[in-house]
Design a protein around this ligand. Structure first.
Ligand code: SAH
Length: 228
């Protein structure tokens, strides 16, 4: 079974959005992965299909109701569904290439997109949601975060990018940032391509790339080197 993404959202029209074009879009059309949406509004309360309410204890904003959201999650992911259930959330496990690989190796994901001030805490526990963050900043909703996560996952799926995405030298794959890239023309605005890249000496090219990756990582992301 190809990777299946189920989005639980108040804005289903945001999907597949940018994932409907380019390689991800072609792969989606081919059936190399699939995407479905569950509209939280359809599970809302009363004639107005209310999905949110004021925060208990008081404060600004609104909170997505546990009962409403749970009904939507249960519709998207009935009992027996073994896919991981994620909640996009700034409090979550930081998304990194390791988590992306874990997800890409699985059967798919159920992804809950928060809105307003977030979701009632009880639904996180009650439905076993794993919170995932795409970075230390606050978005207005989980939809764009879900698109980011899925873009990173889908490009690793079999058939989506050929072997271009499997390269061991890509940023983060070896715990390093990637080396610089060059292509024709050989001279551009007086700037030349590093001579070693035209030397035909594959060993030397590999060593140069490795050195560059280590230099860039030390300069820009020393935290990655410490973690290796
Ligand atoms: N009050 C919350 C922020 C709510 S933002 C807090 O301070 O933690 C509204 C929704 O946007 C969240 O429920 C979440 O689904 C999504 N969101 C915002 N920032 C995000 C991030 N960095 N990563 C993933 N999802 C995010």
């Amino acid at each position: 079974m190809p990777f299946r993404a189920s989005l639980v959202t108040l804005y289903p029209e945001m999907f597949p959005g940018p994932l409907g074009v380019s390689l991800a879009g072609k792969a989606l059309a081919r059936g190399d992965w699939s995407l479905d949406t569950t509209h939280i509004r359809e599970f809302g309360e009363g004639r107005h299909r209310m999905v949110d309410d004021t925060p208990s204890g008081g404060s600004a904003g609104m909170v997505l109701r546990a009962d409403v959201l749970a009904r939507a999650i249960d519709a998207a992911s009935p009992e027996g569904d073994t896919r991981p259930r994620l909640l996009m959330s700034p409090r979550g496990r930081p998304l990194d290439q390791r988590l992306v690989r874990e997800l890409a190796a699985g059967e798919g994901a159920v992804i809950v997109c928060g809105r307003f001030e977030g979701v009632d805490e009880r639904v996180i526990e009650g439905r076993g949601l794993t919170e995932v963050s795409i970075g230390d900043y606050v978005l207005s909703g989980g939809e764009m975060a879900a698109l980011v996560l899925l873009d990173a996952v889908v490009r690793l799926l079999p058939g989506v990018m050929g072997n271009a995405a499997s390269g061991e030298t890509e940023s983060f794959e070896g715990g390093l940032l990637e080396h610089p890239h060059y292509t024709r023309p050989a001279v551009w605005e007086g700037r030349e391509i590093p001579a070693v890249l035209s030397s035909g000496d594959h060993g030397a090219v590999e060593r140069w790339r490795r050195d560059q990756a280590e230099r860039l990582t030390a300069e820009r992301r020393p935290d990655l080197l410490r973690r290796r």
